[in-house]
Design a protein around this ligand. Structure first.
Ligand code: FES
Ligand code: FES
Length: 162
């Protein structure tokens, strides 16, 4: 099957089986190295990418589902102001995740605060239930995301005033 999509701002065309998971497509066919899968079946939550700006577990998305969509991986997301802001929020809340999972956690955070810069703990923990992690207290994750949301909200308000 011919699959056309945009990967990190670049047009891609691949001829692959339609049910190949996006994770495999990215790591084996498109040279993406930032993803650190731990299970291949939706359990570890460490394979998050943005699909049309929504964070999804790439091991659960079949290739045919990404035709015509915009895929952003951590290679690109880590270069954005959105990411720097999230990193700052987690640092200020003293809740910086480990380097193994931060790519996925930062994109999950982006998904939350893009829609709501003042998320409630339940909303945050629901989104983060995708990313298994026993080393960071849930309350710290909540504080990190809320602080990132505060910074995002401040930037939006300042942007509107210009
Ligand atoms: S690789 Fe573990 S959830 Fe996708
Ligand atoms: S797995 Fe990275 S902080 Fe828990």
């Amino acid at each position: 099957m011919k699959i056309q999509f945009t990967l990190n701002g670049r047009q891609e065309v691949l001829h692959i089986s339609s049910d190949v998971p996006l994770l495999q497509l990215l790591t084996e066919y498109s040279g993406i190295s930032s993803i650190r899968p731990g299970c291949d079946r939706g359990r570890c939550g460490n394979c998050v990418v943005l699909v049309n700006d929504l964070p999804l577990l790439s091991c659960l998305v079949p290739a045919f589902d990404i035709r015509g969509r915009q895929i952003v991986t951590f290679e690109r997301f880590s270069q954005t102001r959105d990411f720097t802001e999230i990193q700052k929020g987690f640092t200020q809340a003293d809740a910086l995740p480990c380097s193994f999972c931060f790519a996925s956690k930062s994109m999950l955070t982006h998904g939350i605060i893009s829609g709501n810069t003042s998320p409630q703990p339940e909303e945050i923990l629901q989104a983060f239930s995708l990313n298994a992690c026993t080393c960071l207290e849930p309350s710290r994750i909540v504080q990190g995301v809320q602080q990132a949301g505060t910074l995002r909200g401040r930037r939006r308000r300042h942007g509107r005033r210009k």
